[in-house]
Design a protein around this ligand. Structure first.
Ligand SMILES: NC(=O)c1ccc[n+]([C@@H]2O[C@H](COP(=O)([O-])OP(=O)(O)OC[C@H]3O[C@@H](n4cnc5c(N)ncnc54)[C@H](O)[C@@H]3O)[C@@H](O)[C@H]2O)c1
Length: 272
């Protein structure tokens, strides 16, 4: 018996990275999974791989910037598998060139990121919730980011859009809790997905690794397993929470390295 046996799940942005990991793990643990992605070929390929491993899956075109497309993907899931129990709202975009500091921000990019990163979570949930209510409940999981909890010199729209996802998660949890619908988020730190590798030059990846409490980078499965837990009944008393999965990157007081250097210097001086 799998951890999400018999549940029907829709994963957005499931052709790559975090979504692909979650889709594969959900299917391995007994869920029937629809993979929705802009890259429909990738979504279908991922579904084929799952089927070849004995799971149940289908790929479908989904454009997270389009209300109609999100509605169609939810409808497809229900037509395909009869119901919808788990929605993983995972699509999210970042743009290091246009999404910069507040004064120089490209305002069209601000609107685009708010639309794809935040409004798609609202829309996916809006279309899924009536089906979940019919099914007697469900679990919605949203991909936020550690950028929701810490600020940066750049990527203002990304951070604001992901902070909105964290609070929207609480609103959905509050509004539909009595319908037995849970809503939680996962906030990844840097995860070595194709997107991260394409967006971040090697030296930047090294800076991130240096400041992790743990001695390694995060991988897509680190988020995938968190999503699996939140989708399963193992987490049935958890709702409205966003779990930070970031290797301790944001754990310590930022003065720690300076303080350690100061203590080492003071110890050296007292021995001299
Ligand atoms: N990788 C990280 O370090 C990291 C850190 C924090 C948060 N996140 C968040 O995790 C989520 C997934 O990121 P990832 O790193 O796995 O990315 P990825 O690029 O590896 O995968 C994203 C998938 O989404 C699809 N996609 C992009 N735009 C789409 C659209 N408009 N409609 C439908 N599908 C679309 C892509 O085709 C791709 O398959 C995003 O919300 C991202 O903001 C990632």
């Amino acid at each position: 018996m799998g951890r999400v046996q018999g549940k029907v799940a829709l994963v957005t942005g499931g052709a790559s990275g975090i979504g692909l990991s979650a889709a594969a793990l959900l299917a391995r643990e007994g869920a029937k999974v629809v993979i929705g992605d802009f890259n429909v070929e990738g979504a279908r390929e991922a579904a084929e791989t799952i089927k070849n491993e004995g799971g149940e899956a289908a790929g479908v075109f989904l454009d997270a910037s389009s209300e109609q497309s999100i509605r169609d993907a939810v409808d497809f899931t229900v037509e395909q598998y009869g119901t919808l129990n788990v929605l993983f709202n995972n699509v999210g975009l970042t743009n290091l060139k246009k999404d910069v500091d507040v004064v120089n921000m490209d305002l069209e990019e601000w609107d685009r990121l708010m639309n794809v990163n935040t409004k798609s979570v609202l829309l996916g949930s809006r279309f899924a919730i009536p089906h979940m209510i019919k099914a007697g409940g469900g679990s919605i999981i949203n991909t936020a980011s550690m950028a929701a909890f810490a600020s940066d010199a750049t990527r203002s729209a990304y951070g604001a859009s992901k902070a909105a996802v964290v609070n929207l998660t609480r609103y959905i949890a509050t509004q539909y809790g009595k319908d037995n619908i849970r809503c939680n988020g996962v906030a990844p730190g840097l995860i070595l997905t194709p997107a991260a590798k394409n967006n971040m030059p090697e030296p930047v990846l090294d800076i991130f690794a240096k400041y992790n409490a743990l001695p390694y980078h995060g991988e897509a499965d680190d988020i995938g397993y968190t999503v699996l837990f939140l989708a399963s009944d193992e987490s049935k008393f958890i709702t409205g929470q966003t779990i930070q999965v970031e290797g301790g990157h944001y754990l310590a007081n930022p003065t720690v390295p300076d303080f350690k250097a100061f203590m080492a210097q003071a110890a050296g001086a007292s021995q001299a």
